[in-house]
Design a protein around this ligand. Structure first.
Ligand code: KIV
Ligand code: ZN
Length: 512
């Protein structure tokens, strides 16, 4: 047993399965680079066989990432596994993560297979995968609710076929820390070849215990890999949160006695990048990455911290990447300074053309806002018009009028497949009018299920960051837009959501 804890990040796969959190290839690539900068050991880049878009994302990440292992999920069948191997072909280090459900409920109701058929399919899948890639992870889906005797047979079989990591998912977030830890301990003790694989935990947060369960799987069960996501992003209540699990193991090294390779100073930037990209806002009191995580409001606490920081702080804010909001650039900053700051923030734009577009946007922003913070720069490069990805809808300009006692109206100019269109509408407020103006032309018929505005850097001078969640034909997407004018930010967010909705990608769910 090694004393290194492997951090396996699945923000781009399980995290993305969260309704509305779908990301474009460029967005995923940017996050993957940040994960590499964080020194995540394994990046689960997607589920290559689920759609062409996912395949291309996994492929692009496999090409770009050099230090972390890049992994693709695959159901336990030859087609999925071959597709995963193909997408990972150019990776420095590649892993295939194959899975099949093993709980009685899933086998009978979902797969309509007998336990013997499931066992045989798991065996064949790992055998096939092992011929393509050396590093194979196997997950018995809904493992925690599976019959331990059957699970022992399946896991022993796949290890014998060459699986190198065994992951035990608590797919529905049903576990209790002590029980989950003992469940894994028991499996490891009963399976004769259990020492030939690294054991991994994968916990969902339905009862708010994903981090606690994962830590129990490590401490009691002896697992040496934790599967997690930035900000705990993931289906329903989410997955185990990377920042919490990593900081728990680091801060309480006295108890866990384990090393983690994560460069924690990049945690806050990663958290912001994921939240700005997906529109999933981080709650202020969220551990480690919430805006209040290191804020001391009560007089007694403030006094204590000023006298000796460790009276009330168990971690140092700067160790996880909280620096005072730095004014990094202003109106007079040049292209080189801008480019260098992008590099420091871990943003790698694909071409000089993209840097030029981003720089022009930066200059525009600096004309309207004297202090440009890191958050502004990250929001700016998240703007779809900066990246080379061709989107169907693009924002051009907006005029709106609102006055007490008058019905607000808005006129928006935007592009549809590169061609400019102009559309006007009235609405209950200027935001409503601008969305109605877009809808009057596009006629998507989508239902808006969420609208939220956030100030990026805390003051009224700040850029507003708007998230719009649309639902149509069973698909849910989030669009994000940022601008000092929140009506413009709203229109950008609406167009961004429409772009995601219109993308043809038909995806197969990992837990279908
Ligand atoms: O939660 C789960 O069971 C999964 C598997 C596909 C590993 O995400
Ligand atoms: Zn999962």
């Amino acid at each position: 047993m090694t004393d290194k804890l492997i951090i396996f990040d699945t923000t781009l796969r399980d995290g993305e399965q969260s309704p509305g959190a779908s990301m474009t290839r460029d967005e995923k690539l940017r996050i993957a680079r940040q994960l590499e900068r964080l020194r995540v050991d394994v990046i689960e880049a997607g589920f290559a066989a689920s759609s062409n878009g996912d395949f291309e994302s996994v492929q692009a990440i496999a090409r770009a990432v050099k230090d972390s292992t890049v992994c693709s999920l695959a159901r336990a069948n030859d087609r999925d596994i071959a597709r995963a191997a193909e997408a990972l072909k150019e990776a420095n280090r590649a892993r295939i993560h194959t899975f099949i459900a093993t709980s009685a409920l899933h086998m009978e109701k979902k797969l309509r297979m007998t336990p013997e058929q499931v066992l045989e399919q798991a065996r064949q899948a790992v055998r096939f995968a092992r011929n393509l890639v050396e590093d194979i992870e196997f997950s018995p889906e809904d493992g925690y609710r599976s019959d331990p005797d059957f699970l022992c047979r399946v896991i022993e079989t796949v290890i014998a076929e060459g699986a190198t990591t065994i992951n035990v998912p608590d797919t529905v977030g049903y576990a209790i820390p002590e029980l989950y830890g003992n469940f894994i301990k028991n499996l490891r003790e009963r399976i004769p070849n259990s020492d030939k694989a690294i054991w991994s935990v994968h916990c969902h947060n339905d009862l708010g215990m994903a981090v606690a369960n994962s830590l129990a799987g490590v401490k009691i069960g002896g697992a040496r890999q934790v599967e997690c996501t930035i900000n705990g992003l993931g289906e329903r209540a989410g997955n185990c949160s990377l920042e919490e699990v990593v900081m728990a193991v680091k801060t309480r090294r006295d108890y866990f006695g384990l090393d983690v390779g994560i460069d924690t100073q990049h945690i806050v930037a990663a958290s912001r990048m994921v939240s700005q990209t997906t529109g999933f806002v981080v709650q202020p009191n969220k551990a480690v990455v919430g805006a209040n995580a290191f804020a001391h409001a009560s007089g007694i606490h403030q006094d204590g911290v000023l006298k000796a920081r460790d009276t009330y702080e168990i971690m140092r804010a700067e160790d996880v990447g909280w620096s005072a909001n730095k004014i990094v650039l202003g109106k007079l900053s040049g292209r080189n300074a801008f480019k260098q700051r992008l590099q420091e923030l871990g943003v790698q734009l694909e071409s000089e053309g993209e840097i030029n577009v981003a720089f022009a946007k930066f200059k525009e922003l600096a004309d309207r806002k004297s202090e440009i913070f890191d958050e502004d720069i990250l929001a700016l490069v998240s703007d779809e018009s900066v990246t080379s990805e061709k989107e169907q809808f693009g924002f051009v300009s907006l005029a709106q009028h609102s006055e007490t006692g008058e019905r607000p109206e808005a006129t928006i100019v935007f592009t549809v497949d590169g061609k400019e269109v102009r559309s006007s509408s009235e609405g209950n407020g200027p935001v409503d009018a601008s969305m109605k103006a877009i809808e009057a032309h596009v006629r998507s018929g989508a239902e808006m299920v969420l609208y939220s505005v956030n100030a990026i850097s805390g003051s009224t001078e700040s850029q507003g960051e708007v998230t719009v969640r649309l639902q149509s034909a069973g698909r849910v997407v989030n669009g994000v837009g940022a601008d000092p004018d929140i009506v413009v930010a709203s229109a950008k967010a609406y167009l961004s959501a429409l772009n995601k909705l219109q993308s043809k990608a038909e995806r197969v769910a990992a837990q279908g």
